[in-house]
Design a protein around this ligand. Structure first.
Ligand code: FE2
Length: 286
């Protein structure tokens, strides 16, 4: 029988996230430790391991502790541009280019607003893993905001406006701001999701709204919807609700797309930033 892994759990911020120390993700994590790790992750929304040296295959094996690895979601045909290795479930998030100037990965440069991955498909990917390979000297941080606390902090008047409603989640791959409703929806990946979701692991409620990908609230006009989305986002994005991660190569973070948002800060264009991302499958939300 394998020796039990000693888990040393350290909070990353008062709002969200823990670091687990003393765990080597290249080793097989004993089956009986996996549910503990999953519970720690679900309760804290993000789980960081530092100083890891993972091959792609080892990253897949670590991800499989938490669920089934998901396929990449492809944009509608009209929105497709060149993407390196689109069928590999391991996505290279990088601004690096090859000798011909073609991107070696995707989501290359620049700031990205708060969002949650794949909220615009019927079964959003439950969790995402980022493993840091190459990190700029300044910037390129990832910020995480708790949607559990976001829900708790909503004033009753906002909760009443959203109770039982659906939210149109959409993402236009060509833009870094909310999707445009003037173009046909079939040109954009989109899905109506519940405004509030109950986390299947913890039973806790979260508000499933983000500034980048939520676009309309069922039963409200465009202007009213935008006002509600802005009000919710202002509450969710309050600094005391956030953990900002400054990456070091060898860090791996898994986050729960149902209970936190993430955003990316800018960095100088001449500095390379490369992380490997894999996601695990989720189910229909309720
Ligand atoms: Fe993302």
């Amino acid at each position: 029988m394998k020796e039990s892994v000693k888990l040393n759990v350290v909070p990353l911020s008062p709002a969200i996230g823990v670091e687990v120390r003393g765990l080597d993700a290249t080793k097989n994590i004993p089956k009986r430790e996996a549910p503990t790790l999953r519970r720690i992750w679900a309760e804290n929304s993000i789980l960081l391991l530092r100083n890891q040296r993972l091959t792609e295959n080892q990253q897949f094996l670590y991800a499989k502790i938490f669920g089934e690895v998901a396929e990449r979601v492809r944009p509608p045909v009209e929105k497709r541009s060149y993407r390196a290795d689109p069928d590999n479930p391991m996505q290279l998030v990088t601004n690096a280019v090859d000798n011909n100037g073609r991107p070696l990965g995707s989501l290359g440069d620049g700031e990205m607003w708060f969002h949650t991955d794949k909220c615009y498909v019927r079964k959003p990917h439950r969790a995402s893993f980022l493993y840091a390979v190459e990190i700029p000297r300044q910037g390129g941080h990832t910020k995480f905001a708790s949607l559990y606390r976001g829900y708790q902090n909503l004033p009753q008047i906002l909760k009443n406006k959203l109770m039982g409603r659906k939210v149109l989640q959409m993402y236009d791959y060509t833009k870094t701001e909310p999707g445009d409703l003037d173009q046909p929806l079939e040109n954009i990946l989109h899905y109506w999701q519940p405004a509030f979701v109950t986390n299947p692991d913890t039973g806790r409620k979260a508000v499933y709204i983000s500034r980048l990908m939520s676009r309309l609230i069922e039963g409200y006009s465009d202007v009213e919807s935008q006002s509600i989305i802005n009000d919710v986002s202002d509450i969710v994005e309050q600094s005391e609700n956030i953990y900002e991660h400054v990456w070091t190569p060898g860090d791996i973070i898994i986050w729960d797309n149902l209970s936190c948002l993430h955003a990316r800060t800018d960095w100088p264009r001449d500095q390379r930033r490369t992380l490997r991302r894999v996601t695990i499958k989720g189910r229909e939300l309720s």
